[in-house]
Each structure stands twice: as structure tokens, then as C-alpha cells.
Design a protein around this ligand. Structure first.
Ligand SMILES: [Zn+2]
Length: 165
């Protein structure tokens, strides 16, 4: 491919690509090379200019690819003492909270409440000493840790802020 800088009889400058110089001559002779601005077929080759201007022209991509931006810095875990999370809720969060409440209701409706016997009952189910079923109850942090260490899978129930009151 060869790029020619061309201009028409009205002085409009434009550029065009041709397979080779012979192709340009052939097309120009048959009035197939026309000015994109006025449509005139009376065009002539301009002297090939070095690439000083017209950097906006279509050119094969030779510029080095831009490096991807560096990843954002990882959030540093905060060492702040544990505080009770508090929030002012928008309507969206209120909706979410409602869903959380519903989820909690579904869990508790379909599970047996075992209260403080939760760790004991969870173990019995885990080790096949009791029938597989959903249970919920209370476990102290230590008990929860022990259950986790034994590979017993359980999940904290979503607790809603107003239940502390
Ligand atoms: Zn023209």
C-alpha cells in the first residue's frame, strides 16, 4: 500500500491509499480518484510530505501499546478496635434490611430452635448421631470457634440492629 497526498483543482488537500503507484495512475486516468470535499476528479499528486503534520491520518498502529494502569493499592486492614457498626440507611438499605429480616424469618421458620444447646446439637447432626435437620440457637465465640475447627458448617443468623434494643 502506498499513501499519496493529493489535491484537487480547487486546492483541497486530501490523502488516499493505493495498492501501488501504477494503481494510482490507472485510477486517476479513469477519473476514479476524486476529491472527497468537492468531488472533482481533477486531482494531482502533491509532493510526498514527510510526516510532520496530519498525525490524525489513518496509519498502521506502530505506537507502543499503552501499559495497563497499575492496580489500585490493596486496602490496608484496619487495626482499629472493634466498634458496633452504625449506619444511616437510605431507602435502598431499608429494602435490603427488610430482605435480611425475611431471610432470618425463613431460616428460623424452617429450623428447630435449640437455644444454648446449639453446639451440642450441631455436633450430633455433624457426626450422624442425630437426624439431619436445620437448627438454630446460640453459641459463644469460643463454642463457635470449636465448631469451626471440627469442620462443622454453620452460619451466623443475620441480626438486625433494632433487636439489640
Ligand atoms: Zn476539491
Amino acid at each position: 500500500m502506498i499513501r499519496y497526498a493529493l489535491h484537487c483543482e480547487h486546492g483541497h488537500a486530501f490523502e488516499s491509499w493505493f495498492k501501488n503507484s501504477a494503481a494510482y495512475d490507472k485510477q486517476a486516468k479513469r477519473n476514479l480518484v476524486t476529491c472527497p470535499i468537492c468531488g472533482s476528479a481533477k486531482v494531482a499528486k502533491a509532493i510526498m510530505a514527510p510526516r510532520l503534520s496530519r498525525t490524525d491520518a489513518v496509519e498502521p498502529a506502530s505506537a507502543p501499546a499503552a501499559l495497563p494502569p497499575p492496580p489500585p493499592p490493596a486496602p490496608t486492614p484496619s487495626a482499629a478496635p472493634a466498634k458496633q457498626p452504625v449506619a444511616i440507611m437510605s431507602s435502598h438499605e431499608r429494602e435490603l434490611r427488610k430482605k435480611l429480616k425475611e431471610l432470618r424469618e425463613v431460616i428460623t421458620r424452617n429450623a428447630d430452635y435449640v437455644g444454648a444447646r446449639f453446639p451440642e446439637q450441631a455436633r450430633k447432626i455433624h457426626y450422624g448421631e442425630a437426624e439431619q435437620r436445620s437448627i438454630y440457637g446460640e453459641a459463644s465465640p469460643d463454642e463457635a470457634k470449636e465448631l469451626h475447627e471440627e469442620g462443622i458448617e454453620f452460619h451466623p443468623l443475620p441480626i438486625l440492629p433494632d433487636e439489640f434494643n
